[in-house]
Design a protein around this ligand. Structure first.
Ligand code: GSH
Length: 220
């Protein structure tokens, strides 16, 4: 899809969510990044990610799209059932399912004042998160082949950024794990790849880099 159209559809999503999931900085910085098993366009995972985004805690995202074989089986083994999102906090030895519990946990543990307005709206919160699956055409939900990097990538960009959403969909569908921080320190979207030493900034450069480095010729 043409990027401007894609971006516009993603922007509609961010508006629908009333901008939930902006960048934040944690009041308490965790020693180790949290670990989140999830996939893009799962409405429950979105709620968990929005909460994480506003707290600003670093999280290692391990994408588990449907049909995925890289992280999904391990998530099911660890938690005991096939349900996403699933959060592990190695700092406190806490592990949990349930998007609402995850949102509450990260807020109470790392940034007590951070709560997106949308998350205060009861059933509307989940309903609009479900509604957003359609303008995004369910992208990020189903696995597509890719080369597996030896080391996880690093990505900076808030949950509510329309362009960051498109990048996360690519990372999710291709099962590319990444250390995610929502705040960009004003530098815009950034992808660092410790495997190649490359840093890419800006949505189109990042998407092109991911495609060329990890997705071709498998998606050709
Ligand atoms: N009550 C849970 C519901 C989570 C849920 O149903 N997630 C779906 C994905 S949107 C799921 O895990 N489906 C099973 C699967 O993908 O294997 C929550 O709020 O986190």
């Amino acid at each position: 899809m043409l990027f401007p159209l894609d971006w516009t559809l993603s922007l509609i999503g961010s508006v629908l969510r009333l901008g939930a999931g902006g960048p934040g900085k944690p009041a308490v910085t965790p020693e180790k990044p949290l670990i989140l098993y999830e996939f893009e366009n799962c409405p429950f995972c979105r709620i968990a990610r929005e909460a994480i985004s506003v707290t600003g805690v670093p999280v290692e995202v391990r994408p588990c799209p449907k049909g995925g074989t890289r992280y999904r089986p391990r998530a099911i083994e660890l938690g005991g059932k096939s349900m996403f999102p699933y959060l592990i906090d190695p700092n406190t030895d806490v592990a949990m399912y349930e998007s609402a519990d995850i949102a509450r946990y990260v807020r109470e543990t790392y940034a007590p004042d951070a709560k997106p307005f949308m998350h205060r709206l009861g059933p509307l919160n989940l309903l609009t998160s479900i509604a957003l699956v359609w303008p995004r055409l369910m992208r990020g939900m189903m696995v597509r082949p890719s080369r597996q990097p030896d080391q996880r990538l690093e990505f900076q960009g808030a949950e509510n950024s329309p362009a960051a959403r498109i990048i996360r969909e690519a990372l999710s569908t291709h099962e590319l794990a990444y250390l995610w921080t929502s705040h960009t320190d004003g530098a815009g979207l950034k992808l660092k790849d410790p495997n190649t030493g490359e840093t890419q900034t800006g949505a189109l450069s990042i998407l092109t880099y991911l495609d060329r480095t990890y997705c071709q010729p498998m998606t050709a």
